[in-house]
Design a binder for this molecule. Structure first.
Ligand code: HEM
Length: 77
């Protein structure tokens, strides 16, 4: 799927199943609402911890529709 291809660039840091911690954050088990809120927040500059620059760079290249599709995909892990 489109989301599966988009997730390829996240795997190295978050793990194939989202279980690999990144600075204390584990994305496996997050709800679709939490995923959309955090990912869109990185894109819009309204969310993030001390390593947010990494995620802002990741999200700046994606459309809102692509981010929502990624959120739905990750919520199924
Ligand atoms: C945080 C997803 C790519 C490193 C997060 C969070 C999500 C996420 C949902 C928020 C977790 C939370 O606040 O509980 C993704 C997705 C990616 C991606 C969908 C691909 C499109 C990457 C890559 C790296 C990375 C490539 C490493 C180079 C981090 C770090 C944080 C984080 C360090 C914590 C940032 C902070 O301090 O706010 N990621 N990620 N992520 N991710 Fe990613």
């Amino acid at each position: 799927s489109d989301a599966e291809m988009l997730y390829a660039r996240c795997k190295g840091c978050h793990g194939a199943d989202g279980s690999k911690p990144q600075d204390g954050h584990v994305i496996q088990g997050m709800s679709v609402e939490q995923l959309e809120e955090t990912l869109l927040g990185y894109k819009n500059g309204t969310y993030g911890g001390k390593k947010k620059a990494i995620m802002m760079g990741q999200m700046s290249r994606l459309s809102e529709a692509q981010i929502k599709s990624l959120a739905a995909y990750i919520a199924e892990f």
